[in-house]
Design a protein around this ligand. Sequence first.
Ligand SMILES: Nc1nc2c(ncn2[C@@H]2O[C@H](COP(=O)(O)OP(=O)(O)OP(=O)(O)O)[C@@H](O)[C@H]2O)c(=O)[nH]1
Ligand SMILES: [Mg+2]
Length: 301
Amino acid sequence: MSSRSISRCAVFAIVGRPNVGKSTLLNRMVGQKISITSRKPQTTRYQVNGILQRGEVQLVFADTPGWQRQPQGRLHKLMNQQIEHATHEIDGLLLVIDATQWRTEDEALAGSVQSFDGPKYLVINKMDKLNRREGLLPLIESIAARFPFDAVYPVCALNGDNLEVLLDELAATAPERPYMFDPDQVTDRPERFVAAEMIREKLARQLGAELPYATHVVIDTFEERDAVTHIDATIWVEKPGQKAIVIGSGGQRIKQIGTAARLDIEKMLGRKVFLKTWVKVKGKWTEDPATLEVFGARDRG
Ligand SMILES: Nc1nc2c(ncn2[C@@H]2O[C@H](COP(=O)(O)OP(=O)(O)OP(=O)(O)O)[C@@H](O)[C@H]2O)c(=O)[nH]1
Ligand SMILES: [Mg+2]
């Protein structure tokens, strides 16, 4: 008699200070780019859930914005609140740190996650950047002495080193439970959200230090016509000067941003995409609650 398979499912929140590689880790674990990444801190603004089906086990990961010790302004406060919400009704928590830098924010977060009553894993990312691995032991010992994590995983999210071991451990803890998502699904976020994020990623990657924080992307149309998906997107900025920078001389920069984003969106959708972008000015949207609500940076609890 063949035994009927029993579904198991577990939800994990991925938390950490900005730029430690949380979104890179999520993408690598689910095997597809669903959460945007960049060298600049505060790239992730909205929680993105990733889904990984491993046999009978479904692992759900909530990627969160980088935790900020002193959030400035309304958008940053909302970003911190999303971390708070993501850590409710979960089965385990992954605190991600950068192997090369232990900072005050890491110390504060390692302390605050201890109040979570469930398995807590310390994921030490960017191991590829560490010249001497032995240097890590004193750090691990000192963290473990003060903060009792259930396990510590040194990994490299960029090339996938040691991630299988981590995933095996997480899968082993998953309780018997119905799946939360369709096993074919990779994210709970709609395609048009991910498309807007892909554009925001190119802005983060191609603009100078401060500008990405003043930009937001809204998808105005997202339509499949014949074999092509037609997308109209507006890039909102706060000042006319910023608009000029995003457009660039002779429209060069916006063209590059559009092309790079289109290629990513085509990869995600597996279809040809026709992308049109506009750049518009809308005052201090990062401080306007109504605009933030429309833009999606709201409390998703
Ligand atoms: N060398 C190396 N770089 C990595 C690794 N993981 C992530 N990165 C890089 O670190 C930078 C930040 O990665 P993200 O995944 O955007 O970091 P994050 O923690 O999601 O950042 P926020 O969303 O801003 O909080 C990017 O340039 C990544 O390519 C890794 O394992 N090794
Ligand atoms: Mg991120």
